[in-house]
Design a protein around this ligand. Structure first.
Ligand code: ADP
Ligand code: MG
Length: 342
């Protein structure tokens, strides 16, 4: 019998994960949450353990032409810690696995590990293991982060309720625009080798992509103010896509106020230079690693005075869909574009 062949791109990333894992239930009583959140959650009696893994592939997730290895090491750790913070938990350990081709020297790998070390020091986590193997071509890095959370204080994607306020930390779209700048400079360099790009003027945006930070500070502020978000996710694929995950997992809709979307001045200017709507960059650009979360409206006083935090909209009934209220007064559907790797 002829075997049917289905192309991966007919399912998309999330469709594929769902398809492949649909028959895996959780059989261990300690497996509290499995696939479907920023991290898995394991019951350890007096506390919860949270675990998250990411895989970074050269040519897909990073381009070594403009991504210094030290930054890459730093970022590989930070993006994993971000998933632990997105559960309202604290990362404690990481493991790092690499596949390397003979193209890489010991000195090059030392640079990568300098970045890994810097992130471990910065965030107070321990490197406790990993694996090293060869690859035919290119560099592959996989990081697993292990964290600890308190019972009753984790923030899942599934806890948002109609009437909750939708909040975000930091500002959005900067990393995406930083990436556009680096891609542009790469093209200039390829057509005129020898020209050294001057990125000093775009330092903020370039740093957003090359040296992102995870919002440890925000999780600590939540704790200090006794705030537990009702739902939370980190912004890795872009707010419109990440908000969709919260809405789907919580069975709710949402409305974003355009005026409430935080966009850095430099991001606004750069978007216009690239002839792009700054709002599109903010909502569909990814990799900002800010926290997108919802709170019970009775907690509004706890967030109103927190620095670097923006109230961007409200959670609605599922039947109302996921919408955007523009500054012009119109209401549109929010379309998740996200980043497609396939
Ligand atoms: P994030 O963007 O927060 O890192 P992902 O979008 O990568 O999360 O993954 C979504 C969910 O699917 C997570 O719970 C993750 O653990 C799970 N997942 C992703 N790929 C696989 C896989 N190949 N097998 C099992 N679970 C997976
Ligand atoms: Mg995440």
């Amino acid at each position: 019998m002829e075997q049917h062949r289905t192309e991966i791109n007919t399912l998309g990333e999330f469709g594929l994960i769902e398809h492949l894992t649909k028959d895996f239930g959780l059989r261990q009583p300690s497996s509290l949450r499995g696939i479907g959140d920023d991290a898995a959650v394991i019951d350890n009696g007096d506390h919860l353990t949270v675990v998250s893994t990411d895989l970074l592939v050269e040519g897909i997730h990073f381009d070594l032409m403009y991504f210094p290895l030290k930054h890459l090491g730093y970022k590989a750790i930070v993006v994993n810690l971000s998933d632990i913070y997105a559960m309202n938990a604290h990362p404690k350990q990481v493991t790092v696995s690499i596949a390397i081709s003979s193209r890489f020297s010991v000195e090059a790998l030392e640079e990568l590990y300098d970045g890994i070390k810097l992130a471990c020091d910065q965030y107070g986590v321990d490197l406790v293991g990993g694996d090293t193997t060869s690859s035919l071509k290119g560099l592959i890095i996989s990081v697993t982060a292990i964290g600890q959370g308190e019972k009753g204080k984790l923030a899942y994607r599934s806890g948002a309720k109609p009437g909750d306020l939708l909040c975000v930390t930091g500002d959005l779209g900067g990393a995406y625009l930083g990436l556009q700048i680096l891609e542009r400079e790469k093209q200039v360099y390829l057509s005129t080798p020898g020209i050294q790009p001057d990125l000093e003027e775009q330092k903020y945006l370039v740093e957003r992509i090359l040296k992102p930070e995870a919002r440890k500070d925000m999780i600590e502020l939540f704790e200090k103010n006794r705030l537990v978000p009702t739902a939370m996710i980190d912004v890795s694929d872009g707010v419109s896509s990440d908000l969709m995950h919260i809405c789907k997992a919580s069975g709710v809709g949402a409305i974003i106020e355009e005026a409430g979307v935080p966009i850095h001045e430099e991001a606004k200017m750069m978007a216009l230079k690239f002839q792009m709507d700054p709002l599109t960059a903010a909502l569909n650009g990814g990799e900002d690693y800010e926290l997108l979360f919802t709170i019970d409206p009775k907690d509004i006083e706890k967030v109103r005075l927190l620095p670097d935090l923006y109230i961007m909209g409200e959670i609605t009934e599922a039947s109302e869909g996921v919408k955007m209220h523009s500054t012009g007064g119109k209401i549109h559907d929010l379309v998740a574009q996200g980043w497609k790797h396939f």
